[in-house]
Design a protein around this ligand. Structure first.
Ligand code: BGC
Length: 395
């Protein structure tokens, strides 16, 4: 059996905009009203007020860590104006996690940014680096004893989110072709480089001001080449992941987030073919994607330690969730047996949360009644808790 150390992190994750509710100063709150057909986050799961309940369920199940984010739009609702009360709110969350024996893994930015930042040109603005650094300086004032910090979530997906207003406009004029083209386009390298610059600047602030291990999390697509298309594979892998892995060589760890796998043919990533066990987002059921992804990241970073910061499945069938997770952990353990240094496994997600425009794809270990906010743990939560308590033994 794989040797899983005592300090291996076993946890689940959320992000502020997806669970807190009423994140009204964020740009995404506005985007929700801009794009036709988008569902809104509204009260979300009211975790802003109910985080104690969420963490308690996680800890009582036997898990030892909680990845959550602190929301820039709350901490700096106006350009340069910081809210002490909101910083204290997030500090109370950290304190409560520690009290329960949960190691906090803190994300400084999980997609959503303040509305004023978006108005100034978002991550592309010439002042973006300085503005994010200034926020991180304030944020780190409450992280003095936190051990794990992610500067940014999935820069390689951010490049897609930044295109949302373009997609919204294309949808509004009924131009389906433009929507598909925008979604499939390779991210512009200048934008990737900008995000890398922002990450490095933030990493320095975190290093100067906290004892934390610092990194960021990458959406790992577990791409594989189809025969004869190795060079297209290399091009796509570089644009979507390789460029970020390269930039992570100086990080203390790399967060890996894997859900499915896609072959690459001459045109790029192949759409998931319809299949009965496709997930609620239409993605192929590929528990093996995690093993593939961690091996690719290990190689591409030249051996930076890995923390799995997201892995999960959008399904309404909780038995399928357990089957998926068991398969994913099998692949992860095999990679560890082969020498890949993995520090923890954090499942996405703790709760059935707001999936960036939709409420239907449910990833949670806990279901939430959106009228009463009652939390109803699923069998998968207890199952993952027992894996954690048994040092990774899969039942
Ligand atoms: C994101 C999450 C999202 C999840 C499932 C990741 O891309 O970090 O915010 O909910 O995938 O789609």
């Amino acid at each position: 059996m794989t040797n899983v150390s005592d300090d291996f992190l076993w946890g689940a994750a959320t992000s502020p905009h997806q669970v807190e509710g009423n994140n009204t100063n964020s740009g995404f709150w506005r985007t929700e009203r801009l794009i036709p057909g988008m569902q809104r986050s509204g009260d979300a799961l009211d975790s802003y007020h109910r985080y104690r309940e969420d963490m308690k369920l996680l800890a009582e199940a036997g898990l030892n860590s909680y990845r959550f984010g602190i929301e820039w739009a709350r901490i700096e609702p106006d350009d340069g104006a910081f809210s002490v009360a909101e910083l204290q709110h997030y500090r109370r969350m950290i304190d409560y996690a520690l009290e329960l024996g949960l190691e906090p893994v803190i994300t400084l930015n999980h997609f959503s940014v303040p509305r004023w930042f978006e108005d100034q040109g978002d991550w592309n603005s010439p002042s973006a680096v300085a503005k994010f650094q200034r926020y991180v300086t304030q944020a780190t004032s409450i992280l003095e004893d936190v051990q794990w910090v992610l500067t940014m979530n999935e820069p390689n997906v951010l490049t897609k989110l930044a295109a949302l207003p373009v997609i919204g406009a294309a949808l509004a004029r009924g131009d389906g072709g433009a929507v598909t083209d925008t979604m499939k386009a390779l991210p512009p390298e200048t934008f990737s480089e900008r995000l890398i610059e922002i990450h490095s600047a933030a990493r320095q602030v975190v290093r100067d001001r906290t004892p934390a291990n610092v990194g960021w999390s990458i959406a790992a697509q577990a791409f594989t080449p189809t025969e004869g298309n190795e060079s297209k594979y290399r091009e796509v892998f570089w644009a979507f992941e390789g460029i970020y892995y390269e930039a992570s060589r100086e990080d203390d760890f790399i967060g890996i987030q894997a859900y499915t796998s896609q072959p690459i043919d001459a045109d790029g990533p192949v759409d998931h073919p319809p299949a009965e066990n496709n997930t609620l987002t239409g993605a192929a059921f590929r528990p093996d994607s995690l093993g593939i992804a961690v091996r690719q990241a290990w190689e591409a970073t030249g051996g930076v330690p890995i923390l799995v910061t997201e892995n999960g499945i959008a399904t309404s069938d909780d038995a399928q969730r357990v089957a998926y997770t068991r398969g994913a952990l099998d692949g992860l353990f095999e990679a560890m047996d082969d020498g890949v240094d993995v520090r923890g496994y954090i499942h996405w997600s703790l709760l059935d949360n707001y999936e960036w425009g939709h409420w239907t794809p449910t990833y949670g270990l806990i279901e939430v009644d959106r009228e009463t906010f009652e939390r109803r743990p699923k069998a998968s939560l207890a199952w993952l808790g027992s894996v954690s308590k048994n040092a990774g033994r899969l039942t």
